[in-house]
Design a protein around this ligand. Structure first.
Ligand SMILES: [Zn+2]
Length: 187
């Protein structure tokens, strides 16, 4: 699937929203992402997760790990495509941790996945959690890198799409000047 086809799919499923949005920070933006929207459509989610898995076929990935919530279904579908097992990490204090009896073994080949990465908070904490168990993850696969390609997780990282979503102060918003109605994204 080409980037264009992927963009179309992500717009159709409501992941990529174009308009004129009021962000919680008070700034305005012409684009908003709602990654969970994809996961209500198993067939579309499977397509995207196959794409995420593609570069790692033949890498001998044993386990795919994603941070909850977004990473739960993502890890599961990517793991299915790689014939691997799927785990997820959950918040624990300021970190991410394996709960529910989930364990990883030394030498396990782990791929870390995440839907959209802005600051890299939860995926970085998931990587840290895996490292605490004495395992160095093989790579990371993210659906949308929102850092405009500046994402630095300290391991090989593949992103299906890279975006640099601009935001504007209310006083300097070109969308306001165009007279587009301002809306709050329906989160
Ligand atoms: Zn505006």
């Amino acid at each position: 699937m080409k980037t264009e086809a992927l963009t179309t799919l992500l717009k159709k499923t409501g992941v990529i929203l174009d308009g004129h949005f009021l962000l919680t920070s008070g700034r305005h933006s012409g684009r908003f992402l709602l990654c969970s929207q994809l996961l209500q459509y198993p067939e579309e989610a499977e397509k995207v997760c196959r794409l995420l898995a593609e570069p790692f076929k033949g890498e001998g990935i044993d386990t795919v790990v994603g941070p909850a919530m977004g990473g739960v279904i993502l890890a599961y579908e990517v793991a299915r495509a790689l014939n691997a097992r799927a785990l997820y990490t959950e918040k624990e204090d300021q970190a991410m941790a394996f709960k529910r009896g989930f364990r990883i073994e030394k030498g396990e080949r782990i791929l870390v996945v995440e839907d959209a990465v802005t600051t890299g908070g939860s995926i970085q904490k998931t990587i840290d959690c895996i490292r605490r168990e004495g395992v160095e993850p093989v790579a990371a696969a993210v659906m949308i890198d929102r850092t405009g390609g500046k994402l630095a997780l300290g391991l090989p990282t593949r992103a299906l799409m890279t975006m640099d979503i601009e935001s504007y102060s209310a006083d300097h918003c070109p969308l306001c000047r165009q007279g587009l109605p301002l809306t709050r994204p329906k989160t």
